[in-house]
Design a protein around this ligand. Structure first.
Ligand code: ADP
Length: 511
């Protein structure tokens, strides 16, 4: 804030100085007044002995305060008495007149001091008030300058309209936004400045603000010179300088943002459409692939029944049978996935002993385990552990986990499968000492088509959908699968959690 360097009359006073300085000045005044009175003695004689002390007292009272002035008056009384006695001039003809003269001097100077101090205080108060208002004006000017800088530099068009939609103020960004100079806007109504469609829209929105009595936000769309522009506008009631009603508006051009959003929406729609077509294609493809597999498998079984004597023929039949089963499993997974994504999988729920589901899963997985010569350890409780669910789907989930354990463990590994009940939940834990899962992939492997190392996984015959499928089926059963691994090469543990059957009953009862 600017502060004037010019001292005010109040600041010129001696009252701000230390007391001894002010009293020192008072003594100097006494000496000067005495000296002057002595110089005037030949002309004045015994008349007006205190003449020079009246102005001295007044000046001191004004500039140095009442104390130094009183000191000067006192010192003047003594000084004049002494001066007159030395000069041999009587102060007055008789002692009574002398006394009265001195009394008159004291009373008059006291009144003068009092008046001077009073006047001084008044002046100081007036100067103080003037100073305050001068600073307020300066501050106001500064605020105005700041406001102007802000108004001209914000990326928002700001305008003030009266109740008849007439422009009272516009900032420079608004001029640019509306492609019109302020001279074309100020004092004119919206309808006189903008094309009819824009004017109708702007005007209609403005007219909603005053009755509402609060800030309203609008998206205003208009066409300038054949170009469609979109503005985000905030309008608020704000009286004009004369107190009449007005509307303050703030508008930002969001055309580019809107266009980007539109493009994003279009590309999202295209992506969704492509995704839908891909799902349809996968569904159709898996159907077409699945159809010939059953007859091929039956044919190999039929040929095997004939027990061909040639060992090479038996070997070939064995290979065909095994590979067709692998293919069938993959295609079945694909079919299930497309059913899941289109919400066409229905669970045939019943009370199932989890041990039975586990046994069915192991039957499916055993050939794979044996082929890789893994050691399989199975632990299950003696009494049944019931869950509510679809036996086939539950077996499918567990088989998926055990197959993975067999696939992702180097030959001769160890797979432990444990079924446990813990309070209100049932757990089937499949642990292996295989290649493990790196920490950064542990969550991602449940995503569709996710594989830790797609080049090596390809050789193990997988599509990266088994865990997605298993997890979704687990969720449909009110459960989930959790994966843990100490890292690459350090084995993994996949645990399927399911609600125990009594709990499932209770939940359904509560629902
Ligand atoms: P895939 O058909 O590739 O086996 P999944 O969805 O069943 O697909 O598994 C996804 C990925 O998770 C696998 O490609 C593999 O990288 C990793 N994975 C699954 N189970 C195991 C396991 N027991 N040990 C190590 N990695 C595993």
């Amino acid at each position: 804030m600017r502060v004037s360097a010019c001292p005010s009359r109040a600041e010129a006073s001696l009252t701000r100085h230390r007391w001894y300085f002010r009293y020192g000045v008072a003594l100097l005044f006494v000496v000067a007044a005495l000296g002057l009175r002595w110089v005037l003695q030949p002309w004045l004689g015994e008349r007006v002995p205190f003449l020079t002390f009246f102005p001295a007292a007044a000046l001191l009272a004004w500039y140095a305060g009442a104390g130094p002035a009183a000191l000067a008056v006192g010192a003047g009384l003594i000084g004049v008495d002494y001066l007159f006695a030395r000069e041999g001039v009587p102060l007055a003809a008789d002692p009574v007149t002398a006394f009265l003269l001195q009394l008159f001097y004291l009373v008059i100077t006291a009144v003068m001091i009092w008046l001077a101090v009073l006047a001084r205080r008044r002046t100081e108060a007036a100067e103080g008030a003037a100073e305050v208002s001068r600073r307020a004006v300066e501050a106001l000017e500064l605020t105005r300058a700041e406001m102007k800088a802000v108004l001209e530099n914000v990326p928002t068009g700001i305008y003030h309209l009266d109740a008849e939609d007439r422009f009272v103020f516009v900032n420079a960004p608004y001029e640019r936004l509306m492609q019109r100079p302020s001279a074309e806007l100020i004092g004119r109504r919206i309808a006189e400045v903008f094309p009819p469609d824009a004017a109708a829209q702007f005007g209609e929105n403005n007219r909603r603000v005053l009755p509402a009595g609060r800030t309203l936000a609008f998206e205003e769309v208009t066409t300038f010179d054949g170009e469609r522009r979109v503005y985000s506008s905030v309008k608020t009631p704000l009286p004009l300088a004369d107190g009449s009603p007005g509307v303050l508006g703030l508008s930002t051009d969001i055309t580019a943002q809107k266009q980007a959003e539109e493009r994003l929406r279009e590309s999202e729609a295209r992506l969704r459409e492509a995704d839908r077509r891909k799902d349809e294609f996968i569904a159709m493809l898996s159907h077409e692939l699945r159809n010939p597999l059953a007859p091929i498998l039956t044919a190999t079984q039929f040929l095997a029944l004939a027990e061909p004597s040639d060992a090479r023929l038996r070997g070939a039949l064995d290979i065909i049978g095994r590979q067709v089963r692998v293919m069938a499993r993959l295609v079945d997974d694909l079919l299930d996935l497309s059913r899941l994504t289109s919400g066409r999988i229905e669970l045939r729920r019943e009370r199932v002993d989890a041990a039975v589901a586990l046994e069915e899963a192991l039957q499916v997985s055993r050939p794979l385990i044996e082929q890789a010569r893994h050691e399989l350890v199975v632990r299950r409780p003696d009494e049944p552990v019931y869950v509510e669910g679809d036996l086939v789907r539950l077996a499918q989930i567990v088989a998926n986990l055990v197959n993975n354990a067999a696939k992702y463990t180097p030959p001769g590994g160890r797979i432990e499968v444990a079924l446990e009940r813990e309070e209100d939940r049932v757990m089937i834990r499949v642990a292996d000492n295989g290649i493990g899962v790196p920490a950064d992939m542990i969550e991602r492997i449940f995503e569709m088509y996710a594989q830790v190392d797609s080049s090596s996984e390809r050789t193990r015959g997988g599509l990266g959908i088994g865990l997605t499928l298993a997890q979704q089926l687990a969720v449909m059963h009110g459960g989930r699968i959790e994966a843990r691994s100490a890292g690459a090469g350090r084995g993994s543990t996949f645990t399927l959690y399911l609600p125990a059957a009594e709990i499932a009953d209770a939940r359904r009862g509560a629902a």
